[in-house]
Design a protein around this ligand. Structure first.
Ligand SMILES: [Fe+2]
Length: 181
């Protein structure tokens, strides 16, 4: 399951945990209600016919996917992922193997670090600034889902630019909120 905490900007290596002392943990429920990030558990051993994943893809209209394997050797190709950015579409990623960190900004501009490992899937809402990095294992195999042709268009954050997430839950999120109550 995704574990999350407020990021301690202590200047240490991006691959370290960056936990405060004492830690300020953030539950998956808080990630959803306060930040709009959805977390799911997917059985990667039955990935191709996992009912939960199939249902999520159908409901949200996902038609394409690809995969990305990030290792120590190819990190230079993906180091831009650790630059703060956002997308016009939500970002849905499943960890097929390995582990790493997604950092997301909350509405008060604080970083929250999410540790993800095999079977964790996160949906980061459109307009939410985020970044990604390895942990010290330096290996992660991600499945990336796309509504249309696989493209990765990111908008890097420029000085003074604010969060552009919708202030209201999307229709899919409203359904999830209703189901949770
Ligand atoms: Fe991204």
């Amino acid at each position: 399951m995704v574990r999350a905490w407020y990021f301690n900007d202590d200047g240490s290596d991006r691959r370290s945990k960056h936990r405060k002392d004492p830690p300020e943990y953030v539950s998956v429920e808080e990630l959803f209600t306060n930040v709009g990030v959805e977390c799911y558990r997917i059985d990667v051993s039955t990935y191709d016919n996992d009912c939960i994943l199939a249902e999520i893809k159908k409901k949200r209209g996902y038609k394409y996917e690809d995969q990305l394997i990030c290792t120590k050797e190819n990190f230079n190709n993906i180091k831009s992922y650790y630059k703060e950015h956002k997308h016009a579409e939500e970002e849905m990623r499943l960890v097929y193997a390995g582990s790493g960190y997604f950092d997301v900004r909350d509405h008060q501009e604080r970083w929250i670090r999410m540790f993800v490992s095999a079977g964790d899937m996160v949906v980061i809402p459109s307009g939410c600034y985020h970044r990604f990095t390895h942990d010290y294992n330096e290996y992660i195999h991600l499945k990336r889902f796309f509504l249309n042709d696989p493209v990765w268009k990111a908008t890097l954050r420029s000085a003074g630019e604010g969060d552009s997430r919708p202030t209201h839950a999307t229709p899919v999120q409203q359904e999830l909120l209703q189901a949770a109550n």
